[in-house]
Design a protein around this ligand. Structure first.
Ligand code: FES
Length: 104
């Protein structure tokens, strides 16, 4: 069954930036790229770092603040060493200026 959870207001996120939120105790990182919202797990799959503290690079990649591995924000795919395990990514939806993500 689909479960959409309200996570933030659209205006809470700056273009080309991240926002870390906890959804049902699940750490999620939100991103705004060209006005579109994406959501992935916030913990790097390589170690104990929050991707919301990282930098967006090359328009669609998040660079981990700890060892500078990278993931494609749109798919969660690990794209650069030392990251090899993909991030979980979540569908997002916008309604009346509110962002929802689908977690189940
Ligand atoms: Fe993220 Fe190592 S903890 S690249």
């Amino acid at each position: 069954t689909e479960k959409w959870i309200r996570v933030a207001d659209y205006a809470d996120i700056t273009e080309d930036d991240t926002l870390g939120v906890d959804v049902d105790e699940l750490p999620i990182c939100l991103y705004k790229l060209n006005g579109a919202i994406y959501a992935t797990a916030n913990k790097c799959t390589h170690g104990d770092a929050d991707l919301s503290d990282g930098l967006i690079q090359d328009g669609c990649e998040i660079e981990c603040p700890l060892h500078e591995g990278r993931f494609d924000i749109r798919s969660g795919k690990a794209v650069s060493a030392p990251c090899t395990e993909h991030l979980k990514s979540y569908p997002t939806r916008m309604e009346d200026g509110v962002i929802y993500i689908q977690v189940g």
